[in-house]
Design a protein around this ligand. Structure first.
Ligand SMILES: Nc1ncnc2c1ncn2[C@@H]1O[C@H](COP(=O)(O)OP(=O)(O)OP(=O)(O)O)[C@@H](O)[C@H]1O
Length: 269
């Protein structure tokens, strides 16, 4: 006698949180005034979870800045779409903080006013925005520069102010385009440490562009390697080393070789 058929057990579904950033089949073609076309990116798809620290690594011209500018809302993709928190990017937003390589502080504003700029645009009162700017300057290790102008600050100090400014609107996503490339090695290492502390303390999601393999391994949980002509994702490598990461450690050296290999003949540095 056969047993009566049992009802199927309900399928077990893991609860996977939606990624903060979704890039879906994005391409971008620049057209010059003379009608020349450059395909900067083609078929780029990525999903980045909340709280991740991801580095975009690739040689010059592979479209890293173009991709970052599209996520920031400064450039519109020719095709495909970009979602942040499930919403399509339709222009710049205070929920996405941007730090550029060239500091890009307003020279006519003091450091404190630069940091308070976003909150001022958002309508925060003077006393509150001064207090929050001072707290952010302290967070980046600059407790005494609020009244100084950018021209009175070193490159490393300017970049700290730029990071404080990017954090001032409490963005979900911090977009950083080779922010430490112009700094000397010691200042760069100090800012890398500080950025990791901020990432840990504030649980920000960070997308950080670099062409420096060691910097990518030092900072990221995950490195997206891009290749040029047109820009595409060539490799997606998890960095599961404990922090802080010694450059001479065996794991670091092995990942360095792996990423250099993924960069191939296009290798940077
Ligand atoms: N405004 C523009 N007009 C035309 N072509 C552009 C423009 N901006 C970038 N490009 C081209 O698009 C491609 C990707 O450039 P992009 O600056 O995004 O690369 P990148 O990887 O950030 O380079 P780098 O590391 O040198 O900053 C390159 O071929 C570049 O010449």
């Amino acid at each position: 006698m056969s047993a009566a058929p049992q009802p199927a057990a309900p399928a077990l579904r893991a609860v996977v949180p939606a990624p903060l950033l979704e890039i879906e089949r994005v391409a971008h073609v620049y057209r010059s005034a003379l009608g020349e076309e450059t395909t900067a990116l083609d078929g780029v798809s990525l999903a980045i979870p909340r709280g991740a620290f991801v580095c975009l690594l690739g040689p010059s011209g592979c479209g890293k800045t173009t991709l970052l500018n599209m996520i920031a809302g400064f450039v519109t993709p020719s095709s495909g779409r970009i979602l942040v928190g499930g919403e399509p990017v339709q222009g710049p937003s205070p929920s996405r903080g941007v730090v550029f390589q060239d500091y890009s502080l307003f020279p006519w504003l003091t450091a404190g006013q630069n940091v308070a700029f976003g909150p001022r645009m958002a309508g925060l009162g003077a006393a509150k925005r001064r207090a929050s700017a001072q707290a952010l300057l302290e967070l980046v290790g600059l407790p005494n520069v609020a009244d100084r102008y950018p021209a009175e600050l070193s490159g490393g100090m300017k970049q700290r102010v730029a990071i404080a400014r990017a954090l001032a609107t409490d963005p979900q996503l911090l977009l950083m385009d080779e922010p430490f490339a112009a700094l000397d090695a010691m200042t760069r290492a100090a800012l890398q440490r500080q950025l990791l502390d901020i990432h840990a303390a504030r649980s920000k999601t960070v997308l950080f562009v670099t062409h420096n393999i060691a910097e990518a391994i030092t900072l990221a949980d995950r490195v997206i390697v891009m290749s040029p002509n047109p820009g595409r994702v060539a490799a997606d490598v998890a960095i599961d080393l404990p922090r802080p990461r010694a450059r001479t450690g065996a794991g670091f050296v092995a990942l360095y070789a792996r990423l250099a290999d993924a960069l191939g003949a296009e290798g940077t540095e």
